[in-house]
Design a protein around this ligand. Sequence first.
Ligand SMILES: C[S@@+](CC[C@H](N)C(=O)[O-])C[C@H]1O[C@@H](n2cnc3c(N)ncnc32)[C@H](O)[C@@H]1O
Length: 224
Amino acid sequence: MSWSDLSDWWVAEIEDDPAYEAAVNPMLLDVLRPDAGLTYLDLGCGEGRVMRALKGTGAVVHGVDLTPALARRAADSGPVVIGRLPDLGFLRDDSYDGAFCVLALEHIEDEGRLFAEAARAVRPSGIFALVINHPFRTAPGATPISDSDGETLWRPGDYFSSGTTLEPAGEGQMLFHHRNTARILESAAAVGWYLERFVEVPHHELDDQAGIPRLLACRWRLLP
Ligand SMILES: C[S@@+](CC[C@H](N)C(=O)[O-])C[C@H]1O[C@@H](n2cnc3c(N)ncnc32)[C@H](O)[C@@H]1O
């Protein structure tokens, strides 16, 4: 299914989802540390949940998203281009102070090109912030399992591979691109992103999965 088929489902899904306020937005703000007056690009902005959170900081935010119905909603919080990542050819070099990508990298096949395009569109010493579902959690075949004592353990699946999985989404399925953490870090480093922060957290609600990483966030600075 395409994101356009799933746009109504996604809007309903995150409307009441406490994870954004409790975990996703605080993580992004923690690694991005946006400065008032500086301009940031939201890569895969969806319906604008994160753009809205950033507005309160005084930062200026522009968005890019593939899905017109979502981009239209996000446009309440700033200019949004309908475009297919990783292509950012419509942007001039060095036009942003920073870029960020929240829960969208998993849907982009060529993460190396996304890091390269962001490195071109962001000025030297600018920032790239990322929040993703932890690759340990989204690896093909990865799943929680309960042992006979009721303890939750983790089956790691095929963590070390790269590839795609189809995951349930709304009435259909959505394609996810899996790559392990080393590949993400190497893809970013290869085009000049210097890692400044690396944060892993468990699920904010599930105490029995407190030892299992749920979200991963990074902050990189572009080498001058
Ligand atoms: C899980 S949603 C996250 C949206 C937003 N970042 C948030 O956290 O609310 C993933 C978003 O990525 C967008 N997307 C998926 N593939 C894309 C691509 N190749 N180029 C641009 N956007 C894409 C979808 O349209 C969707 O809005």
